[in-house]
Design a protein around this ligand. Sequence first.
Ligand SMILES: O=C(O)CCC(=O)C(=O)O
Length: 275
Amino acid sequence: MSDKSTSFHQTIDLNASELKEVERATEAFEKHHVIVLRNAFRDSSRLINTREKIKDILSSYAQKEASKRTEAEKNSIKKQQLSLHDLSAHNGHEVDLALDGWVNGNFRPEAVQIISDLLSGGPRINISRTTIRKKEGKESFLLPFHQDARSPSTITPRVLTCWIPMCDVGDNRPGLEIIPVPLDVVLEDDNDESGYRGPKGRIRGPGDDWVMKTYGESAWAPKLQLGDCMIFSGDVLHRSQIMENAEERTSIDVRIFSSTNVPEKYTNDISVELI
Ligand SMILES: O=C(O)CCC(=O)C(=O)O
């Protein structure tokens, strides 16, 4: 089921360099709460700089003397992922570096316009909650199905996740599997002990078996190329694609909100204007 491309999926599979497809973006998004946006960047080769920066940032934590690492840093090394919010960092310098000019400032104007329309204007990237990730193959830390919204306050006002791979994904590198079905609510977490435990010991997500039983028919893990991205709202179920013989994958997930309708939780976070 994971890489089929039915007509249902084609409606949300859009190309930022095709005006006709750009015009369809809002309608497609409002129906499914997710779009795949191909060619979202003006110069996709610049994302390769981001890839190298992500690897540098993550390995710099691993190089730090073990006794001086905080619990959050140890977690970050284990999972090969970092968000400044998880680390309670006070400045966005490092993730900012990974974004600046290579990701932000590199979006096609059409992509910025689509995102702006979906948020009714004023798009800003929340740097604190933007996460960089490296998956090193089969043994990687894979996220089960979950919603990025952990409370109704990040469903309304709307927060978008823009998931950007720094390499082609789908053939031998795990992409993202999504359920393009608007839910508009935050689902209960699964009580099964086998689920992923978040930093506070909570199991995040309703359980993969339940999700596949309920929504498996719609599940889709699109193949993406460098320069493509996926944009979805906080209520959308998604997980790391499960893959045999996976190769290393690097990606960044950017959280975008509207400066005219800021979620309460975001008021003290570091953010930059989306350009
Ligand atoms: O990159 C992944 O595999 C998972 C990313 C994710 O779940 C997210 O962006 O919320």
